[in-house]
Ligand binder design. Structure first.
Ligand SMILES: [Ca+2]
Length: 195
């Protein structure tokens, strides 16, 4: 009997963990959003998202896609983290990341190829992504996260629903332990116990 109860409890907690993980990392595909509305991140319902270029195995040729994000409050900032990039055709395809109108990944080696994790924290409240491809050689694209950063929240306290990353970004606690790097240095995923 006791074993059964323990088993039941483990199942319930696993279920709760999977539901909360799915909720906090809402997934978006850039190729379905080109030229669409601005996505607004807010502290309660949408503190962060997971985004990838396409749901297909390869992106399409001749793309010129822009997707924009902005914070709900003027005091908030955005953390963008490219967790994985696979843009083989550096001669023709690239991802450019803008903070307002300032290009963040200025080095062309950060706009294509397969660089290591890239992360930026914006100085403005707006982030925009521009992906372009030419007629030849498509690959899988990229996988990234965008998270709200709360620079005005003193000490970034966990008991008020925040998570202080090692790199000092202050993100929503909802984004910790969901398998995606929202901090930029992945410290939101470092100490997760699912036991
Ligand atoms: Ca996370």
């Amino acid at each position: 009997m006791a074993t059964k109860v323990i088993l039941l409890f483990s199942c319930i907690s696993i279920l709760i963990i999977s539901i909360s993980a799915a909720k906090s990392s809402e997934k978006y595909y850039m190729d379905k959003m080109c030229g669409g509305d601005v996505i607004i991140l807010d502290g309660d319902s949408k503190p962060g998202i997971a985004l990838q270029l396409t749901s297909s195995s390869k992106y399409k040729p001749n793309m010129n896609c822009v997707v924009k994000f902005r914070t709900a409050q003027p005091s908030q900032r955005l953390v963008v983290t490219v967790e994985k990039m696979d843009i083989t055709d550096c001669a023709g395809d690239s991802l450019r990341i803008y903070d307002g109108t300032t290009l963040l990944n200025k080095d062309v080696k950060q706009q294509c190829g397969a660089p290591a994790v890239l992360t930026y924290t914006t100085a403005s409240t707006q982030l925009s992504l521009n992906f372009t491809s030419n007629a030849a050689v498509e690959s899988s694209g990229y996988q990234m996260t965008v998270a709200l950063h709360f620079p005005m929240i003193a000490a970034c306290p966990q008991n008020l629903g925040f998570f202080l990353c090692k790199n000092r970004n202050c993100i929503s606690k909802q984004l910790s332990c969901d398998g995606r790097n929202h901090c930029g240095d992945a410290t939101d995923e470092n100490q997760c116990s699912f036991g």
